[in-house]
Design a protein. Structure first.
Length: 72
């Protein structure tokens, strides 16, 4: 919500402050999206790759692959 309200950097900081979500694909997908919005393509790509490693949903995988292609 913070990032969507326009403070992407603070939104990322809040996400990065959360513990215990490393195994949750949507955590990494959200980080990747914020990093992409900040033009931090290398970090966004790494986060998209981590999300892809963790997801088992075909539709989500397809979406994440498309986003990964956008930043690489």
């Amino acid at each position: 919500a913070v990032a969507l309200a326009g403070d992407v950097e603070n939104g990322l900081a809040l996400l990065d402050g959360l513990d215990g979500l490393d195994g949750y694909h949507l955590f990494h997908a959200a980080r990747a999206d914020l990093l992409r919005r900040m033009d931090r393509s290398v970090e966004a790509a790494a986060a998209y790759r981590r999300a892809l490693e963790l997801t088992t949903n075909h539709s989500e995988s397809r979406f994440l692959r498309q986003r990964l292609a956008e930043v690489t």
